[in-house]
Design a protein around this ligand. Structure first.
Ligand code: GDP
Ligand code: GDP
Length: 433
């Protein structure tokens, strides 16, 4: 089960500063040339071995003040429904505003844990000013400075206590989630796959109340679809459709083994699609990219190649991902999507024996050893796959700290060339022998 921490609050209280601190996106900005980080409002964080997804509710709305405030109120409601717990951020330097009061009154009705987080408490002198926030009647207050990070550790210690434990897997069927922006064709694909069967679909016990798992068992395929498309909810504010779909996407993604990322052929891979891709990659999920509405594209013999190249450029450096071009309308390559997801699932569960790994990889390493550093030679002695939900490999050597990223990438490419890990993020560790 996924744990989602939602950051809510009015503008300028420091939500995105806190978000950046929790997800450390400053690091990401460095290796993110495409400008994707700018509008990334959700990301993976971790505290004391508890991974969780942080959602910053602020960035989804623009428009007039009226629309803005309505949108914020609605996001608080959605956050209450979808998140594990809520961080309600207020600003010690301004005290309580009307909008703060409104948000607090929505939160008081919530059954989810709410943390009142008093931000911008940069020094002890400001500590005294924070006691006014007890008047919300939302319990304990947590004073932090998102700028310096002070107080965030104490807050997170309490936050992780609200997390639900990952349940023991009752059902071992592969789980696939079809995700993507609104209108790319997710519902159409699900309908094409299950057709009339859809109305006999029932939520499976043991799954979360609000995600429906559809058991598909036809034509020799047996898997679960984690359905988000069917669970569309009406929102009053247009901009929140996206916010809502993001919350749903995060949940579906975390429950799935393989993420089927559907994009619109006409619109191409947009920054939100790339965000979902990276979230799936960071969560070590299998990934299939489906380019739908292929019927709307004027094609020649090179079109597929051009599309593939454009997509791979945008998802770089993890480019070993299958891409399927579909037209759900014309029922083109629908089963190919499932077959590809099955293959990725198999790749992700693959265990390569230690002897095979060493037989293949040691000669490659011998031919192209890690470059010597400070006159010292790195010797890789053997390699083994570590058990886990997704492939991990440990290379044992004398000086692991001397192996740099280019060589790690070389090793990853060789693993991918020799064993099929298409669609699967793999982890490589160099360890002291
Ligand atoms: P958001 O609109 O709620 O996402 O707020 P931002 O994160 O964009 O922050 C609004 C302003 O408050 C920015 O100028 C931040 O630099 C500043 N800010 C955020 N956190 C702190 C803090 O802990 N202390 C101080 N002094 N300023 C902060
Ligand atoms: P969702 O929001 O991702 O679930 O998207 P829907 O399945 O509701 O589809 C959105 C719109 O795209 C609908 O009008 C569909 O009929 C249309 N659509 C879905 N698949 C295709 C396709 O392969 N080709 C074309 N031209 N339209 C499609």
């Amino acid at each position: 089960m996924s744990n989602i921490v939602a950051i809510v609050g009015r503008p300028n209280v420091g939500k995105s500063t806190l978000y950046n601190r929790l997800t450390e996106t400053r690091k990401a900005i460095v290796d993110d040339m495409s400008g994707v980080t700018r509008d990334r409002h959700y990301g993976l964080a971790e505290w004391t071995n508890h991974p969780f997804t942080v959602v910053d509710t602020g960035g989804y709305v623009a428009g007039s003040d009226d629309v803005f405030e309505a949108a914020i109120r609605e996001q608080v409601v959605i956050a209450i429904e979808e998140a594990t717990c809520i961080l309600f951020i207020v600003d010690v330097t301004t005290g309580i505003t009307d909008l703060d009061d409104e948000i607090a009154s929505i939160l008081r009705k919530s059954k989810k844990p709410v943390f009142v987080v008093v931000n911008k408490v940069d020094n002890n002198a400001l500590l005294a000013d924070s006691s006014v926030f007890y008047s919300f009647g939302l319990g304990e207050i947590y004073t932090i400075s998102s700028m310096t990070g002070s107080g965030t550790g104490e807050l997170l210690d309490e936050v992780v206590k609200t997390f639900e434990d990952v349940p023991v897997e009752e059902n071992t069927l592969p789980k696939y989630a079809i995700v993507g922006r609104p209108n790319v064709g997710k519902s159409s694909l699900i309908n094409a796959l299950i057709g009339r069967e859809r109305n006999i679909v029932t939520p499976i016990a043991g799954t979360t109340r609000d995600s429906i798992h559809i058991h598909y068992n036809q034509y020799g395929h047996d898997f679960m679809l984690v359905d988000t498309a069917g669970l569309r909810k009406k929102t009053k504010v247009k901009e929140n459709i996206e916010f809502y779909s993001v919350m749903r996407t995060i949940k579906a993604l975390e429950e799935a083994d393989v993420v089927i990322l559907m994009v619109d052929a006409v619109e191409g891979l947009e920054s939100q699609d790339i965000n979902i891709f990276h979230l799936a990659e960071k969560n070590k999920k299998g990934i299939v990219i489906v380019v739908n509405k292929w019927d709307l594209i004027e094609k020649n013999s090179k079109t597929i190649k051009v599309f593939e190249e454009q997509i791979r450029e945008k998802i770089s450096p993890f480019t070993d991902v299958p891409i399927v071009f579909t037209s759900v309308h014309e029922k083109q390559r629908i089963m190919k999507v499932i077959e590809t997801a099955n293959q990725v699932y198999t790749n992700r569960s693959k265990k390569v024996s230690t002897s095979t790994l060493n037989d293949v990889m040691l000669p490659i390493i011998e031919n192209y050893p890690p470059p010597a550093l400070k006159g010292k030679h790195v010797k890789i002695k053997y390699v083994t796959q570590i058990s886990g939900v997704a492939p991990m490999f440990a290379f044992f050597c004398n000086l692991p700290q001397y192996i740099k990223e280019p060589y790690r990438r070389f090793i990853e490419n060789k693993l991918r060339e020799n064993f099929n890990f298409s669609g699967v993020p793999i982890q490589i560790f160099f360890r002291q022998k």
